[in-house]
Design a protein around this ligand. Structure first.
Ligand SMILES: Nc1ncnc2c1ncn2[C@@H]1O[C@H](COP(=O)(O)OP(=O)(O)OP(=O)(O)O)[C@@H](O)[C@H]1O
Ligand SMILES: [Mg+2]
Length: 224
């Protein structure tokens, strides 16, 4: 992710701007992860739709709830499925011992711990899905949240489709006022104000005649 710094406390990259417009999906995926039977939840969808961003928001909510920092593995630069477990080991702070099977070492290290692992951008490494299945089978309290343009095709997998494109997510830059709801507009205004550095906030959802004025203000702020 280009816009991310790494937060030392959460183990997750921290995006530079606000997460907007997917509150319902955040609740839905968080609900899936909260289920004790959840092992692998995969966010699937086309390039650039917002899978990574939604995964980060879900993982951060999970970390807050469980008080245990997630392990984030950025797989975008990894070219070989055989290296996925090594990347996971490195992110989880597991020192590989030469000669021993890495999947087994990971399983031993993560053991019975409650952990959430985010495997980000898995689509070009589907050959490593079997390894993920093996680690999950060996670590009963481990959960994986994956983002991928295609599902991993594991029997324990639950899929969440990210399909709804957020034209307004850049806080009004590409907002289509004909289809934008008052709630979306309020979100856009909050984001634009947060970015404006003015210290101003916006709490209400505009109604009736206020909508046109709110749309104009959001657009002006977005142009700053
Ligand atoms: N809900 C959101 N709020 C704010 N910004 C968002 C949101 N969703 C996506 N973005 C921004 O849009 C861009 C693309 O999103 P993201 O990287 O999450 O897409 P992706 O589906 O993971 O793409 P890819 O398939 O290429 O991995 C990023 O700059 C991201 O920060
Ligand atoms: Mg992504």
């Amino acid at each position: 992710m280009q816009d991310a710094r790494r937060s030392p406390h959460s183990g997750l990259p921290t995006p530079a701007d606000l997460f907007v417009g997917r509150d319902g999906e955040l609740v839905a995926v968080s609900g899936m992860l909260a289920d004790a039977r959840a092992r692998l939840v995969t966010l699937t969808g086309p390039p650039g739709i917002g899978k990574t961003r939604l995964a980060l928001a879900c993982a951060s909510a999970y970390a807050e709830r469980s008080q245990c920092p997630p392990v984030f593995v950025d797989l975008a630069p990894v070219r070989d499925p055989a290296l996925v477990m090594a990347e996971l080991a490195q992110a989880a702070g597991v020192e590989p011992r030469s000669g021993a099977d890495l999947t087994g070492q990971l399983a031993a290290a993560l053991g019975n711990e409650e952990r959430l692992v985010v495997l980000d951008n898995f689509e070009h490494l589907l050959g490593a899905a079997r390894d993920v299945g093996q680690v999950l089978a060996a670590c009963p309290r481990l959960r994986v949240l994956a983002t991928s343009r295609e599902r991993l095709r594991l029997s324990v997998e639950q899929q969440h489709f990210v399909t709804h494109r957020l034209n307004h997510y850049r806080a009004g830059l590409r907002m289509d006022y004909a289809t934008t709801t008052a709630g979306d507009l309020a979100t856009a205004m909050r984001t634009a104000l947060a970015r404006s550095g003015t210290g101003l906030g916006y709490r209400k959802v505009p109604r009736g005649g206020e909508v046109r004025a709110a749309a104009r203000i959001a657009a002006l702020l977005a142009e700053q």
